[in-house]
Design a protein around this ligand. Structure first.
Ligand SMILES: Cc1cc2nc3c(=O)[nH]c(=O)nc-3n(C[C@H](O)[C@H](O)[C@H](O)COP(=O)(O)OP(=O)(O)OC[C@H]3O[C@@H](n4cnc5c(N)ncnc54)[C@H](O)[C@@H]3O)c2cc1C
Ligand SMILES: NC(=O)c1ccc[n+]([C@@H]2O[C@H](COP(=O)([O-])OP(=O)(O)OC[C@H]3O[C@@H](n4cnc5c(N)ncnc54)[C@H](O)[C@@H]3O)[C@@H](O)[C@H]2O)c1
Length: 449
């Protein structure tokens, strides 16, 4: 006889964890199913280890840049040991026992949907009123001829490496590529960053890509935009990439940072009435419902592949199952790349606003020209802030920041965009002196509305 649960959660990354925990707290019988480690990509191979190893270079850079402070030294073995501690030494025993103590049925294994309301985990059958698919995404390897001949790392090898390579070829210049290049170069690796588009951070405003490139170059990264490897080959110990323009680059390792693909294969989704988009993502409605009794959340939906979005969708799904239906909205969600300085954005870019037929005005402020904080913060002040607004409705549509701590203070714009706070209210805000947040008033005034 198949065991019955109220909800079966397939995949226990951050999204699955939030949904499961909320349902357990509400007294539901929940099966949590994970084939690798409870915590998912984020906890062991992505957000947590990457942000942990990006922090020492940021701190050391902070010391170097503060007038009157001297002598910061980076220590890779110590950084690596702390990273491994933060990634729980790839051991989820504590999570397994934690969920068991919370009353969950914890199954470590490969799950598939075997029929309506039926889930099979390595041969064991469960029935469930609701099935939540939270299986995440995995690194996409570009179709480069000969890639199997060279040393290739994805985010998994990069963020579990005991020793760093001498030379790295990073392919892909968006969030993963920029953060990886930043981390490696500051720990002394010779980094070449290859981006096939004409700028880094291709989904953001062009200016963001320009600034990101300038900061990475300053840090010592050899940034090559408009570069696409066409062939990979080994030459002795070297991994070599031949580029479309006829030149070639060589290193000890090729790191692929060329996007993610949703993990939907082998899940039996088609039989469950779930629709799969061309991208491989699960199509969901505004409650993250994929079919009758089937829900999907996180990277597998392909909506916005961030941990904070997976967690948000986890709350939406759990509350809707619990009879408190909520509608997911994605306006104003922050997008932060933890480079140095940080790169942050929220809302629409000019191109997206144009595609929606919106009239816009924009302004950019060089923070060092506008406010005091960049000067009290560091000797060679850095920082730019851009705003995009709708002059008719007098609200913010988008914002971007490339500046220290941008990931913290982008949230002011994020909330303003999401809540539709009017420009006049924002202009009337009194921000603490001297903070980076003061830059918003200058930029809002520059919109000249
Ligand atoms: C290098 C890197 C850095 C990142 N940094 C950030 C960051 O700083 N901030 C941020 O917001 N986002 C970051 N991201 C994105 C973030 O990692 C993802 O958005 C997030 O992990 C998505 O969570 P999820 O719950 O959807 O899936 P995942 O974390 O991918 O977890 C899904 C889980 O499902 C399991 N699973 C899959 N199939 C099955 C099956 N058939 N049966 C059982 N279990 C299954 C998997 O083993 C996995 O544990 C980063 C990504 C990368 C690659
Ligand atoms: N700080 C964060 O929140 C954070 C950090 C890392 C990743 N993430 C998430 O993970 C997702 C995946 O990030 P990503 O950077 O891997 O993917 P991405 O899809 O955002 O970018 C991939 C980049 O690689 C380039 N590219 C693709 N194929 C190429 C090729 N053959 N040669 C050269 N360039 C090529 C693309 O033009 C693009 O710029 C992101 O969408 C982001 O949401 C978030």
């Amino acid at each position: 006889m198949a065991e019955h649960v109220d909800v079966a959660v397939i995949g226990m990354g951050p999204g699955g964890e939030v949904a499961a925990s909320r349902l357990l707290s509400a007294g539901r019988r929940v099966a949590v199913i994970e084939r690798e480690l409870i915590g998912g990509e984020c906890a062991y191979w992505a957000c947590i280890p990457s942000k942990t190893v990006l922090r020492p270079p940021e701190a050391a850079g902070g010391v170097d840049r503060a007038a009157g402070a001297d002598g910061a030294r980076l220590d890779w073995p110590a950084a690596r040991d702390y990273r491994d501690y933060m990634a729980r030494h790839l051991d989820d025993a504590g999570q397994v026992s934690g969920y068991r103590d919370a009353g969950a049925l914890v199954l470590k294994g490969d799950a598939r949907i075997s029929g309506p309301g039926r889930v099979t985990v390595d041969g064991r059958e469960l029935t469930a009123d609701h099935v939540i698919v939270a299986t995440g995404s995995e690194a996409l390897t570009p179709p480069i001829e000969g890639l199997d001949q060279v040393t290739v790392w994805t985010n998994r090898e990069t963020y579990t490496a005991a020793d760093l390579p001498g030379r790295a070829l990073v392919v892909g210049g968006s969030a993963v590529g920029v953060e990886t290049a930043q981390f490696l170069v500051r720990f002394g690796v010779q980094v070449t960053l290859l981006q096939r588009g004409d700028r880094l951070m291709g989904r953001e405003e062009a200016r963001v890509g320009e600034l990101a490139e300038a900061h990475l170059r300053e840090a010592g990264v050899d940034v090559r935009t408009g570069s696409e490897p066409v062939r990979a080959r080994r030459d002795g110990a070297d991994s070599v990439l031949d580029l479309a323009d006829g030149s070639s680059v060589r290193g000890d390792v090729v790191i692929v940072a060329t996007g993610r693909t949703p993990r939907t294969e082998g899940l039996g989704l088609e039989d469950a009435g779930v629709q799969i988009a061309e991208s491989g993502a699960i199509v969901v409605d505004e409650h993250c419902r994929a079919a009758e009794g089937v829900w999907a959340l996180g990277d597998v939906t392909g909506i916005l592949p961030f941990t904070h979005v997976a967690k948000y969708q986890g709350r939406i799904v759990a509350d809707t199952i619990l009879g408190r239906p909520r509608t997911a909205r994605y306006d104003g969600v922050p997008r932060v790349v933890f480079a140095d300085p940080e790169i942050a954005a929220a809302g629409l870019t000019q191109g997206q606003a144009r595609d929606q037929g919106l009239t816009t005005v924009s302004a950019e402020v060089d923070l060092a020209q506008a406010i005091a904080r960049p000067w009290t913060y560091e000797r060679d002040p850095r920082g730019h802030l851009g705003l995009l607004a709708d002059p008719n409705r007098r609200v913010l549509l988008g914002a971007w920041v490339v500046a220290p701590q941008a990931g913290e203070w982008i949230h002011q714009a994020s909330l303003a965009i999401r809540a539709g706070i009017g420009i006049d209210t924002l202009l009337d805000q009194v921000a603490q002196f001297p903070t980076y947040t003061e830059g918003y008033v200058t930029a809002l005034e520059a919109l000249d509305l």
